[in-house]
Design a protein. Structure first.
Length: 154
């Protein structure tokens, strides 16, 4: 039995997907513009329809934002890498010709390399930011020690 927001095929309307993911429909539309999600189907009225797997993807995007603090551009790179691996896996499972499978694996390797490069860049920036704050803390402790060593001013 389907609820009012499910189609006969089990697809979710955009409002139901947004509600289940804790987002607004505006956010989902923006993410669609950014290439992060795409509706599985559209009704004749233009209404967007999504599969349960799309809900999983949206939740994954939220986790990448909340837990790792990734930007949407960085999330797109993560998703591209994951999608490339999935395409290669599906080609293998479907018995695609070796040439096609090699091309998909090469695509997955390229996407993976871009992701690792992006992570390395982010980690480098985080490390530099941390180092600045460590130095700032040292200077504050030194200044505090200097002030404590001075005779009190009246």
């Amino acid at each position: 039995m389907t609820g009012p927001s499910l189609t006969v095929e089990g697809q979710l309307r955009i409002g139901e997907l947004a509600k289940r993911a804790g987002l607004t429909t505006r956010t989902l539309r923006y993410w669609e513009e950014c290439g992060l999600v795409k509706p599985t189907d559209h009704r004749f009225s233009g209404e967007r329809l999504y599969l349960p797997a799309d809900l999983e993807r949206v939740i994954h995007i939220r986790e990448l934002q909340a837990l790792l603090g990734l930007t949407l551009a960085e999330i797109r790179i993560v998703l591209e890498s994951e999608d490339a691996v999935e395409r290669a896996r599906n080609a293998r499972l479907s018995g695609a010709p070796t040439e096609r499978r090699l091309a998909l694996i090469d695509d997955a390797i390229d996407a993976h390399t871009r992701l690792i490069e992006r992570m390395d860049d982010r980690l480098s920036r985080i490390s530099a930011f941390r180092d600045e704050w460590v130095e700032h803390g040292k200077r504050m402790r030194e200044r505090s020690a200097e002030l404590r060593a001075e005779p009190p001013k009246r």
